[in-house]
Design a protein around this ligand. Structure first.
Ligand code: SF4
Length: 311
């Protein structure tokens, strides 16, 4: 398989077939981000022959006698093929529509069992496509995009150099809604800095409540020395929120979300991991967060954060 560098995927894509369509990120400027620093280039598009070779490799492995034996020995369910493909890379949705449609055709040729194709996408990737193109992509199976919006707070988006505004989030996600392409958000708890958590949660809830994400996944900000944000902290231009404040912020966000949505705090950046459906599980989630806020102390949570080798 043609995988390059560390491969990132959301926790809920664990059962999806991972195929590398791009590597790295076209933006590469978010101050907190170190995710693709291990690559020797900022961004690369996988040639069609690489994508096809990887699909063939998986197909061969799946149908080989050894592959079938391995499935039986592990007691895994026998499957004709995957239901879903997740294209890897920070933002494969930036690819031209023709290229994304070509990838969808290749996937269908090798795995007719696949119903949907997901990937990470930036808000700016959506803006590059016409409404007609979005409809074509929906027809081809693109669904369940994961968008790392991080926040709906304008000043935080600008400071972190995300490259779009809260208005852009609203405009582009409404276009996805109209095209019928589902999407999930990643929210970065702590991205507004010390003392700004509640303001960040309020501003973000205002944006999210006007949209239809299926899931809002919270990551917690972890600052690594090779990030631009680390330099901003050293220069005293920005201060990191405390760990307890991050949980208070998450509570404030859940408290204000009025849309039906799955809220998930999964992944290593969360010292406490949980998931629930809003609005049904709101009280249980708030009660769990209240317990964490009441019982935890800053030093213990901080030592978890500082010993995180990578997200
Ligand atoms: S868009 Fe995503 S992957 Fe790219 S720099 Fe920003 S956070 Fe990192």
């Amino acid at each position: 398989m043609h995988f390059t560098g560390t491969i990132w995927r959301p926790p809920y894509e664990a059962a999806s077939l991972l195929i590398q369509a791009t590597a790295g990120c076209t933006h590469h400027r978010c101050k907190f981000c170190t995710l693709y620093n291990d690559l020797p280039f900022p961004f690369r598009v996988s040639p069609p022959e690489e994508v096809e070779a990887d699909l063939l490799e998986v197909q061969t492995a799946l149908h080989s006698p050894i592959g079938k034996l391995s499935v039986a020995l592990q007691g895994l369910p026998v499957r004709e093929g995957p239901d879903r493909v997740f294209l890897t890379g920070a933002n494969p949705f930036v690819l031209k529509t023709d290229r994304l449609l070509e990838i969808a055709r290749l996937i269908e040729r090798y795995f007719p069992t696949v119903h949907t194709i997901g990937c990470f996408a930036r808000i700016t990737d959506v803006s590059l496509k016409t409404d007609e193109e979005l409809e074509q992509l929906q027809d081809a199976g693109y669904d369940g995009l994961t968008i790392g919006v991080e926040t709906g707070d304008g000043p935080s988006l600008a400071f972190m150099d995300k490259g779009y505004t809260p208005g852009d989030i609203l405009t582009q996600c409404c276009r996805l809604d109209r095209a019928g392409i589902g999407y999930n958000f990643f929210y970065l708890t702590g991205v507004a800095g010390a003392g700004q958590g509640e303001r960040n949660a309020i501003a973000s809830a205002e944006v999210f409540n006007r949209l239809h994400p299926r899931l809002i996944g919270s990551s917690m900000l972890t600052v690594y020395p090779d990030s631009q944000l680390y330099q901003e902290i050293k220069a005293e231009n920005w201060a990191e929120a405390g760990e307890v404040e991050k949980y208070e912020e998450m509570r404030a966000l859940i408290f204000r979300l009025e849309i039906p949505v799955t809220f998930a705090a999964l992944g290593a950046s969360n010292a406490y991991q949980f998931q629930g459906q809003l609005p049904e599980d709101r009280e249980a989630l708030l009660a769990a967060l209240d317990r964490i806020i009441r019982r935890e102390n800053e030093d213990r949570l901080r030592s978890y954060r500082t010993t995180l080798p990578h997200l």
